[in-house]
Design a protein around this ligand. Structure first.
Ligand SMILES: *Cc1c(COP(=O)(O)O)cnc(C)c1O
Length: 338
């Protein structure tokens, strides 16, 4: 089976497993796990930040960040299709008692002018106090769309001017960095906190990291503990992330080329209305006849290709490090024949 449902389906390579097996470990709640410490210091340095915190998932890193930045009754500004709102089980309300202001924006992205319009006047007691701006780069529901550096700079300037923290859900931030060619340490300066998934295109089996200042990470560490996320000999899984940062970042462009090839093949299909222009590793296709979505997915499955329903009349294919050039050639051939 060629599994294009998500980049979360990647499995650790034999080399990654060997590295994990050998990793030195200790009790990370005592902050004595050398591998976790190395991972946290490595990723903080990559983004030009002081500190980081290894967590079980990207949902956990996002939810911790929100909890640190926002007080109950405060408001988070994010895109209406953002992961923090749509796919985290109502965690903003449940964990942090916060309100959300959901904005529309091109392919999951926001602009500084749109954000500025929706910042509530703090002196008016009617309104929840705006306390956080959260962005997603790349934007999953936007078909892997990337932010322009200039747009991020404007949003970052706005957040600094208003003293509003800016969080990045960077589940796929390395896919964005592979294309926008910004040095990560410079990119990191736009944000107060960054969440990065190690278990997607980077190919580690488990884990995400939250990145920020010493003060922020100290607070985040407490929230992680409260949520039951303090792990003991976590180095054995953190090692997968460390290995991924060393070996699986530079190759991400390959996945983007593969996604482009799938896009081009889908564009030739008579039953496809539109493909969201591919920028990274996510391909979203919109069918002419929405009713045929599940039939199409099962036709692909019969040919050994797994893809995912992505809303009414939409399918998603995601490329990743377990998809080879040969797999892509096969998929292109199947798609063009369909
Ligand atoms: C996958 C993902 C996350 C985190 O998901 P987990 O499964 O909790 O690790 C967060 N944001 C985006 C945009 C994602 O795609």
């Amino acid at each position: 089976m060629i599994d294009l449902r998500s980049d979360t389906v990647t499995v650790p390579s034999p080399a990654m497993r060997a590295f994990m097996l050998e990793a030195p470990v200790g009790d990370d709640v005592f902050m004595e796990d050398p591998t976790v410490i190395e991972l946290e210091q490595t990723i903080a340095k990559i983004f030009g930040k002081e500190a980081a915190l290894f967590c079980s998932s990207g949902t956990q890193t996002n939810q911790i960040a929100i909890n640190v930045h926002v007080q109950p009754g405060g408001e988070v500004i994010c895109h209406e299709e953002s992961h923090i709102y749509k796919y985290e089980g109502g965690g903003i309300a449940k964990n942090s008692g916060a309100s959300v202001r959901l904005l529309q924006g091109d392919r999951g992205r926001l602009s500084a002018s749109e954000i500025e319009k929706w910042i509530n006047p703090a002196q008016d007691v009617h309104f929840p106090i705006t306390q956080l701006i959260s962005l997603e780069d790349t934007a999953n529901r936007g078909g892997g769309a990337i932010y322009d550096a200039q747009v991020l700079e404007k949003i970052s300037d706005l957040s600094k001017k208003l003293k509003l923290p800016l969080h990045l859900d960077g589940a796929r931030v390395f896919n964005a960095l592979a294309e926008n060619a910004m040095p990560a340490a410079q990119y990191g300066q736009f944000f107060d906190s960054i969440s990065v998934c190690l278990s997607k295109g980077l190919g580690a089996p488990v884990g995400s990291v939250l990145i920020g200042s010493h003060e922020f990470i100290h607070k985040a560490r407490r929230v992680r503990k409260v949520l039951g996320g303090g792990m003991r000999q976590a180095g054995i899984i953190a090692a997968g992330g460390l290995f991924a940062l060393k070996h699986n970042v530079a190759r991400l462009k390959e996945d983007h080329l593969h996604a482009k090839a799938l896009e081009n093949a889908l564009l030739k299909c008579t039953f496809i209305e539109k493909v969201v222009p591919v920028q990274t590793n996510i391909v979203v296709a919109i069918l002419k006849n929405a009713e045929q979505r599940d039939l199409l997915i099962s036709k692909f499955a019969e040919k050994g290709i797994k893809c995912m329903a992505f809303g009414p009349g939409m399918i998603r294919m995601v490329t990743h490090l377990n998809i080879s050039q040969q797999d892509i050639d096969y998929c292109v051939n199947i798609i063009e024949k369909m």
